[in-house]
Design a protein around this ligand. Structure first.
Ligand SMILES: O=P(O)(O)OC[C@H]1O[C@H](OP(=O)(O)OP(=O)(O)O)[C@H](O)[C@@H]1O
Ligand SMILES: [Mg+2]
Length: 165
């Protein structure tokens, strides 16, 4: 698979702010979340921030793997499902959390386990958007989001290099 045209690098600060903004959007005094189901591994980080902000103490994981290496999505494997007590009532009152939705395949897979749950992601691309109930920022489909936990400090070429003579 080729490199997406655009890059959207996200710092820890920005991710914290965006995940907190998502928590604000999910906060509603008339609505009480029974539990968070976070989609590992990327969903663990926003789940930690949202659980702190909304005082949700019951956190479950659903472990799904499909991007076998950087950029290329393969077959979806559910390595660990959701505990039976949280599957009751089709997931009513459950908050599913992920870092982003891209093609929407991961979200669709988890939604099929909890059809009445609310799906929240920090970032969404257009193909995945229909699978998400609440998100913060939309980025175009040809953009790759670089999360802070996947990055390190490296030298950056000056912008002018390559754009002039
Ligand atoms: O909408 P999709 O095209 O299905 O892609 C979105 C999923 O891809 C990434 O997870 P990934 O499978 O790379 O695993 P990770 O969270 O363990 O990094 C991301 O965290 C989402 O869960
Ligand atoms: Mg993931």
């Amino acid at each position: 698979m080729s490199l997406p045209d655009k890059a959207f690098p996200v710092s820890w600060d920005q991710f914290h702010r965006d995940a907190r903004a998502l928590a604000w959007r999910l906060s509603d005094n008339d609505r009480e979340w029974k539990a968070i189901v976070c989609i590992t591994r990327g969903g663990l980080v926003p789940a930690a921030i949202i659980s702190r902000e909304l005082n949700i103490r019951l956190i479950e994981t659903v472990c799904v793997a499909s991007y076998h290496d950087y950029l290329s999505q393969g077959e979806m494997h559910v390595l660990k499902g959701i505990s039976p007590e949280l599957l009751q009532n089709d997931g009513e009152g459950i908050l599913i959390v992920d870092d982003l939705t891209d093609t929407g395949k991961t979200a669709a897979q988890v939604r099929s386990m909890l059809p009445k749950a609310h799906f929240a992601a920090v970032y969404a691309k257009p193909k995945g958007r229909p699978q998400v109930d609440t998100f913060i920022t939309e980025v175009s489909q040809d953009t790759w989001i670089y999360f802070p936990w996947d990055m390190g400090f490296t030298y950056q070429e000056p912008i002018a290099k390559g754009t002039r003579g």
